[in-house]
Design a binder for this molecule. Structure first.
Ligand code: HEM
Length: 345
């Protein structure tokens, strides 16, 4: 019958009742204990279970206790848990071979089996599951399933992945050879430039020339853009550039007035740009696009035409000295405008 491990201590605390209830069993055990246990082959020899045990009973909690003086009348108490051979085997294997341990129990004090006495004993490989390997040195529990294949490294964890392959096994060169066509990315720098098919061509910018052929004309000497800028900056040329008498205020130019200023029949060429009327007659020899192109806007509103050719040109700054007035409707022209126009004639 299996008994719990705490039963021996209780058993000693109240021996009469406990012993009376198991008197028959105890007698049977008494007669068979020393002999049967020795022959059982479960790791307990006669020396271990005998009364005059030379082994420390406190280290063998399941040994038979020698009856004390006040219990001599009673049969020897068997507190051995015979159904726990694994405990007996471990204790025997661990402590049985120590002569000092055997002699430590030679005293008259009644040894008591307790769990604390076992914990004070030599460390037991608790995870040792194979009793056949008990004769071998204690094996440190390891989680490595294949310890023989692992390199001996006291600091390395067994859970670490295997080391990477050694560097010398890598390819000797990091640059692709000319025959290596597997990596298309490395082939990009190879020049495959054809007309309009290269992806490395510079992107178009404002500084690049337009695809259309230039329609600029060759300007006569003294009519460069720099010459025009110098002329317009002269205060003496202010009234002459407008084509009006000196001190003439800005005119309110109506459509009927504008359409007569075409640059023909001895009249100046006026054009409207952004609601303002400019006298473009003095600028004709300075126009890079040629006089005919500039005259396309004479006598009319040339804002749209101007924007179609060169919207980036700053006409306001270049023609500031040529400003005649503002462009108004016929109704908004008034008498003042008409009078001024008649005075101009
Ligand atoms: C409204 C009538 C005008 C027409 C039809 C006209 C036409 C042209 C044309 C065809 C060109 C040559 C573009 C090229 O390089 O291929 C040109 C250039 C030029 N025009 Fe006009 N133009 C007009 C008015 C003006 C006015 C009023 C000014 C100045 C206030 C002006 C200033 C210039 C300048 C500076 C260039 C050279 C642009 C450059 O090199 O990028 N144009 N123009």
């Amino acid at each position: 019958m299996r008994r719990p491990a705490w039963l021996p201590s209780i058993f000693r605390a109240s021996p009469p009742a406990r012993l009376a209830s198991s008197a028959e069993e105890t007698r049977r055990d008494e007669g068979n204990t020393e002999h049967d246990l020795a022959d059982r082959g479960d790791g307990i020899d006669a020396e271990t279970v005998s009364y005059g045990s030379e082994r420390p009973t406190d280290e063998i909690p399941l040994a038979i206790q020698k009856p004390t003086a006040d219990q001599t009348a009673l049969p020897p108490t068997l507190v051995l848990q015979q159904e726990e051979p694994e405990v007996d085997a471990s204790d025997h294997n661990t402590l049985g071979d120590s002569p000092s341990a055997n002699s430590a129990c030679d005293g008259q004090a009644t040894p008591k089996a307790s769990a604390s006495a076992v914990t004070n004993a030599k460390p037991v490989p608790a995870l040792q599951l194979d009793p056949l390997s008990s004769s071998e040195p204690p094996i440190i529990p390891s989680l490595n399933p294949v310890p023989a294949l692992a390199e001996p490294s006291p600091s390395a964890s067994t859970l670490m992945p295997p080391p990477p392959p050694p560097p010398p096994r890598r390819p000797p060169t990091l640059r692709p050879t000319p025959n290596n066509n597997t990596n298309t990315t490395n082939n990009l720098p190879i020049p495959t430039r054809g007309p309009g098919c290269s992806t490395l061509a510079p992107p178009p910018s404002h500084s690049s020339k337009p695809t259309k052929p230039s329609r600029q004309v060759v300007l006569s000497p003294g009519h460069s853009p720099l010459d025009w800028a110098r002329l317009t900056a002269s205060p003496a040329a202010a009234d002459s550039l407008r084509g009006l008498p000196a001190g003439t205020p800005y005119l309110r130019v109506t459509p009927s007035m504008l359409k007569r200023q075409t640059g023909r029949k001895g009249k100046d060429a006026w054009t409207v740009l952004g609601g303002r009327v400019y006298n473009i007659t003095p600028y004709l020899p300075f126009h890079p696009g040629g006089e005919p192109e500039l005259l396309r806007g004479a006598g009319r509103d040339g804002t749209r035409l101007f924007g179609e050719v060169h919207p980036w040109v700053n006409y306001e700054g270049m023609l500031a000295a040529c400003l005649v007035g503002i462009y108004v409707s016929e109704e908004e022209g008034g008498e003042g405008g008409k009078g001024d126009m008649e005075a101009m004639d």
